[in-house]
Design a protein around this ligand. Sequence first.
Ligand SMILES: Cc1cc2nc3c(=O)[nH]c(=O)nc-3n(C[C@H](O)[C@H](O)[C@H](O)COP(=O)(O)O)c2cc1C
Length: 179
Amino acid sequence: MSLATPIAIIYGTDTNNTEEVANKIAKQWSELGQATEIFNISDIDANTLTQYDFLILGIPTWDFGGIQSDWEDLENELTELDLKGKLIALYGLGDQFGYADYFLDAMGWMYEKLQSSGATFIGQWSTEGYDFTASRACINGKDHFIGLGIDEDQQFELTDERVEQWVIQLYAEMMAEME
Ligand SMILES: Cc1cc2nc3c(=O)[nH]c(=O)nc-3n(C[C@H](O)[C@H](O)[C@H](O)COP(=O)(O)O)c2cc1C
């Protein structure tokens, strides 16, 4: 398959893990023949999100449920964006043992901030295989995260497989949304 336009992968990062996962996601899409464009949110402004029909947004959680600072700086702009008709998939990075009460909280924050944008969210991910106490990124009880959860601190060996499965899932969900 190939969508008519590239998918934008936009991430924020403090210590580059979220950037590395962005590159893995892009590689997986390229194996499916789909072009992507990758941006660090610190290099662009929030309006760039309006220029793509398909967005994959990546955010790590810092400091006990804190929001990665470059994304947090855009909080007001994010809540005002008009993203009607667009598909958004979120991925978050966190540490489930080190911060079990705040695992992936920033991904939940991102979802909350973009709720009023009119976008459709795809890419929910099962919480099976993770061990944590609480997460703002959980929806429908504790069964699913709103997007892909990646833990480079405790489960780095699962990252490649999780990314691969998630991109295949996104592909199917995008096709279904476009029918
Ligand atoms: C001081 C510190 C605080 C952190 N706080 C959280 C947290 O509250 N929740 C969480 O899930 N992960 C937390 N983490 C883990 C980071 O999110 C994780 O290391 C992530 O991979 C960093 O991504 P980045 O390299 O893209 O910035 C924390 C890590 C450190 C060192």
